[in-house]
Ligand binder design. Structure first.
Ligand code: DGJ
Length: 734
């Protein structure tokens, strides 16, 4: 078993193949955190706990006159509230008597084979061949009757620990939960850096590294979606950590709503990390006998830098999270109508674009926004999901048939969660959107947000969209969500339950996805929220690929895709070749470069194919062919970031096959200097002693040489020019 309880020392022992996690029940029943990191073989780690009489650090009643025991400095596994730990807590609950005290003492535990289950929320599952064991520890507050059940699942071979917490009201008072973290991890020291992935619309997931300083540093979202601004993924690492060395801890939350990821360096220079639902504007009324389930956090530890950590997350998300049958299947190369025509199209125009795309090797035509209601701009018609017969006289079914007759598959854009004020749906049901009575509503892209905390609204959406999916031959759906949520107030929730609305919204969204996506396994779903505003593991559970950003500029994409790659596998990232000058940045980049960058994901096109020259189409055809040839390597190989777009004038990355016999290397020169220094690109992930042939070069070189001395880059490379080449193993060591 990868989980054991050592009675003598009251220690919980969790071991993956290469990592260890230890907790101990203190002599007064509190659960203390002892260790998380590289694999160790010890059972009792008592000696790590240092007891001291510290000023202004209170002592629990049970400690009597012992002034050396205080929750104020001891490392907690689940930080209680109101009992002398003044750091950011794991829980805040309003008791029946109005107090906020929760004193969680361990009253029992259970160890079992297999993965714990979460109801109504996406989570990891055990895949074939995995050894997964689980542990549940019960912490109780004797006075209120409240309990928290901490759940852990250890994925032994995959070096992953999944965690969550469940709150239970076993007392007789109504309780109000104001905060429940999915994971708290206390480090005994604080000499770490914190890395988060932060950005904005059209510039998501930029790599941001900072030193963990005194006080609380919080990132997260209160926008109703995981957001463009911060991602529910972060890294705590040693100061020396880089791609290849240093200890790194990964924190990921499988949740699509408001989240919080905070670090706190305390008075004694210890570090706490909290990850969970954002407590801002969150409350949940828990009646006697009811429970509340926090989303799942996925923890990983790599002793060997960021690359090792990324590989752990890529693997677990690929094998144990994403449910789509398309996961390992080659994804069709698509052409999306958005940047090709925006709202300005009719069937004839779409068919022209589709026909021209055949020459490029495109396999799937995606009709984006503008096909329903009176949707000629983004100011109206969301909610009126009736096809616009002026644009599409034969409806979606007719368009789909014509595309299929050409040999193309058909994909469709939808935005189920939204409603326009100028729509029949809104006129019929003004109370179906989130709004506070008597207050003017805040608009975003001139649209309002449907109240998915309501069951009737969700039922309606399931019926309408299942009808659309069943009414035409549709092989792909792009699910969009185009504003940050505000005015959170639901017509159906009581006054003291409004703090539940945002979490209920997310649960409603999951239910719709359960009923639409999982019941249409034949359709390939792509997530989207104005690009990458909801690029999170919960969405990946349902939709195996996500439109990474509304920014299609290849040079901007280098940073966006670089940041995304830290947690998310390449085959979840949809990336398109668009026209130049680019619609977002005005930049002009060679078509070859746009193709190379888009191949660092799921390749697609988003341009008016009727305007491409024969030469350009031929180049696209070549790109598609090359992409299809290397798709298994790109999608299933190990991913290496060879350089950082923040530190180098060459951004380079590499896909390496599992047996290390083949690698595909891609690079883009982003800043050319006149008469500059010779640059060398050092490869990664090769077999050191084997010999490889580098495409278009004579001779064979050892993996060790290619990784240590590197490959000289051609001096004539122009700014924004890309190179892509393979390295193939020709023989083993002599
Ligand atoms: C935002 C998406 O990210 C775009 O790709 C496009 O689908 C528009 N919405 C359509 O409104």
């Amino acid at each position: 078993m990868s989980i054991q309880f050592h009675e003598e020392s009251n220690t919980f022992i969790l071991d993956t193949r290469d990592t260890s996690y230890r907790m101990q029940i203190s002599r007064y029943g509190n659960l203390l955190h002892l260790y998380y990191g590289r694999r160790i073989y010890d059972v009792s780690l008592d000696y790590l706990l240092r007891f001291q009489d510290r000023g202004f650090s209170p002592n629990p009643n049970e400690a009597g006159n012992d002034r050396t025991f205080s929750l104020d400095f001891l490392p907690q596994e689940f930080s209680t509230d109101g009992k002398g730990d003044y750091r950011s807590p794991s829980i805040e609950v309003e008791n029946g008597d109005g107090s906020f005290i929760f004193s969680g003492k361990v009253t029992g535990h259970r160890i079992y084979r297999g993965k714990y289950r979460l109801e109504g929320m996406p989570s990891l599952r055990a895949a074939e061949g995995d050894t997964v064991d689980s542990l549940e520890i019960r912490l109780e507050d004797a006075e209120s009757g409240a309990a928290v059940i901490l759940c852990y699942s250890v994925f032994e071979e995959k070096n992953i620990i999944a965690r969550t917490a469940r709150f239970e009201n076993a007392g007789s008072d109504t309780l109000k939960l104001r905060r429940l973290m999915s994971a708290t991890v206390d480090y005994r020291t604080a000499d770490y850096d914190f890395i988060c992935f932060s950005g904005r619309h059209t510039m998501e997931r930029e790599f941001c590294r900072m030193s963990a300083e005194r006080g609380v540093h919080a990132v997260g979202s209160s926008r109703g979606a995981s957001s463009h601004q911060f991602n529910p993924f972060g890294i705590v690492c040693e100061k020396r950590a880089d791609e290849d060395c240093g200890e790194c801890y990964g924190y990921s939350l499988i949740y699509s709503g408001n989240f919080l990821l905070e670090t706190e360096r305390d008075q004694f220079d210890q570090l706490r990390v909290n990850l969970g639902i954002n407590p801002k504007n969150f409350t949940f009324v828990i009646e006697p006998g009811e429970t509340f389930q926090a989303p799942e956090a996925v923890l990983a530890f790599s002793p060997d830098g960021f690359t090792g950590l990324s590989h752990l997350y890529h693997r677990i998300f690929r094998d144990n999270l994403i449910r789509s049958p398309y996961l390992h299947a080659p994804r069709p190369v698509l052409l999306n109508s958005w940047e090709a025509a925006y709202f300005d199209f009719d069937e004839e125009r779409l068919l022209q674009i589709a026909r021209a795309s055949l020459d490029m090797g495109v396999e799937l035509f995606v009709l984006d926004d503008g096909w329903f209601g009176r949707r000629d701009s983004d100011n109206c018609s969301l909610g009126d999901w009736e096809v616009n017969r002026r644009k599409l006289p034969d409806g979606l079914a007719g368009l789909s048939q014509k595309l299929h007759a050409m040999g193309l598959k058909f994909g469709l854009w939808i935005e189920p969660e939204m409603v326009s004020e100028d729509s029949d749906l809104y006129r019929r049901h003004p109370d179906w959107c989130l709004r506070a009575p008597g207050r003017p509503m805040t608009r975003g892209r001139n649209q309002l947000v449907l109240d998915l905390s309501r069951r009737d609204v969700c039922d309606y959406l399931i019926r309408v969209f299942n009808g659309i999916l069943d009414g035409a031959q549709i092989e792909y759906v792009k699910w969009d969500m185009n504003r940050s949520i505000s005015d959170v107030c639901s017509a159906l929730l009581d006054r003291d339950r409004q703090g539940e609305a945002m979490h209920r919204y997310v649960l409603g969204l999951y239910r719709i996805m359960d009923e639409m996506i999982l019941t249409h396994p034949e359709i390939l779903f792509c997530g989207c929220s104005g690009g990458g505003g909801r690029y999170d593991p919960a969405m990946l559970y349902y939709q195996p690929q996500i439109w990474c950003s509304d920014n299609t500029d290849a040079i901007s994409r280098l940073k966006i895709q670089y940041g995304t790659s830290f947690a998310y596998p390449v085959q979840t990232l949809e990336s398109h070749v668009s026209v130049c000058p680019n619609h977002q940045t005005g930049r002009t980049v060679p078509l070859k470069t746009r193709g190379v960058v888009a191949m660092d994901g799921i390749l697609g096109y988003e341009l008016d194919s009727t305007k491409l020259s024969a030469e350009e189409k031929a180049l696209c055809r070549e790109q598609v062919k090359r992409y299809q040839e290397y798709y298994p390597l790109i999608a299933e190989g190990d991913y290496y970031r060879l350089t950082s777009p923040y530190e180098s004038s060459v951004t380079a990355w590499e896909h390496v096959s599992a047996d290390r016999s083949l690698a595909l290397i891609s690079l883009v020169l982003t800043d050319r200097e006149s008469n500059g220094a010779q640059q060398y690109l050092k490869l990664k992930g090769l077999d050191r002693t084997a010999f490889y042939r580098v495409q278009d070069r004579d001779g064979a070189y050892s993996g060790a040489l290619l990784m240590n001395a590197g490959i000289p880059l051609p001096a004539g490379l122009l700014e924004y020019e890309a190179l892509q080449f393979t390295v193939r193993k020709v023989r083993d060591a002599e």
